[in-house]
Design a protein around this ligand. Structure first.
Ligand code: 2E6
Ligand code: F3S
Length: 321
């Protein structure tokens, strides 16, 4: 058998699960323990099929909308957040519900609500149709938030006359693209109120910076993540912009398009915030079948962020349930 060619895999760090994803998955698992199966989950708890299927195997049932869940079973809202109408409807139906919205998404919801209360018109920088954007827009009455997706939007959007402006953002955006949109908004509306602290979350920021730091050294880069995962898709774009000739999203080891990767000596590898490490290991194992792999960890920063679980689950744990 011919010797395998050598390949160095630069493993970006941090990568993979963030604190909000850990918390959301744990909420579903604990809810299954406390209430028993089935527990309903509105929308994919995080954007990853493997995670969803693992929870289904434990008794979670995923639905698109609340009205697909029976009123006598608990329901969990996904990490991406929900419009205000969703918990209101759950209450109206007297359902037990658990909110797995990432606290950093909730923080943006509160910011938007505060701006609205103080009389501002709110601009939301984000991607149309994404569940987080739907959730954030749904914190305020219809028309109180205008979505801004691009620099061109920032340059042309209509705003209500005589109202001060404030902006908030989706948590998983490209840092660089967002900076350009913010610059365009500031050029047009110098008085616009900005978030006190960046709305793009720490996990998005760290994963993008880690990719940027190694992209220039790679012949190609893979991001383990799902096609509907905003933060994972942004990592592909960041790699390309930072000088990596080819960057792709892969969900599983079996999805690798070997021809598209081209000739390889150095591969960059990372994972979106919703992709479990076991899938990164699966991808590495697939490369070991084709190459003599040397792994090199490139940890740019360490993360030590944890979010508390909802009170009701902690109380249940204390009560020995
Ligand atoms: C909630 C908020 C932010 O598509 P997106 O990147 O938003 O979501 P996931 O599920 O891929 O990543 C985690 C997450 C949840 N990020
Ligand atoms: Fe939250 Fe950021 Fe993760 S908003 S769910 S910590 S990607």
């Amino acid at each position: 058998m011919a010797a395998k060619p050598p390949l160095t895999i630069l493993l970006a760090g941090p990568r993979g699960f963030c604190a909000g994803v850990d918390r959301a998955i744990e909420i579903v698992e604990r809810a299954l323990q406390v209430y028993g199966a089935p527990v309903y989950v509105r929308h994919e708890i995080v954007h990853n099929r493997f995670v969803v299927e693992s929870l289904e195997a434990k008794g979670a049932v995923f639905v698109k909308e609340l009205d697909e869940a029976p009123v006598d079973k608990p329901v969990v809202f996904s990490a991406h957040g929900v419009p205000k109408s969703v918990p209101a409807e759950a209450e109206r139906r007297r359902m037990i519900y658990l909110d797995a919205t990432c606290p950093l998404v909730s923080k943006v919801h509160h910011e938007a609500a505060r701006h609205h209360k103080e009389g501002f018109h709110v601009l939301l920088i984000g991607h149309e149709g994404h569940p987080e954007v739907i959730g954030t827009m749904g914190q305020l009455p219809e028309g109180a938030i205008t979505l801004v997706e691009t620099v061109a939007d920032a340059q042309t959007l209509d705003v209500p006359a005589g109202k001060p402006l404030a902006f908030v953002t989706q948590t998983t955006l490209s840092l660089d693209d967002t900076a350009e949109i913010v610059a365009a908004l500031r050029a047009r509306f110098p008085e616009i109120e900005a978030p006190r602290k960046e709305d793009i979350c720490y996990a998005t920021t760290n994963r993008q910076q880690a990719v940027k730091a190694l992209a220039g050294e790679c012949d190609a880069l893979l991001v383990v993540g799902a096609p509907n995962s905003s933060n994972s898709k942004r990592l592909v774009e960041v790699a390309e912009k930072a000088g990596c000739p080819r960057a792709f999203l892969v969900q599983r080891g079996a999805d690798i398009d070997w021809d598209a990767l081209g000739p390889l000596r150095t591969l960059g590898l990372t994972a979106g915030a919703s992709a479990p490490e076991v899938l990164v290991e699966e991808v590495i194992a697939a490369f070991r079948e084709h190459y003599e792999v040397t792994l090199e960890a490139r940890d740019l920063t360490q993360e030590d962020v944890h979010f508390k679980l909802p009170r009701v689950l902690l109380d249940a744990a204390e009560a020995g349930e």
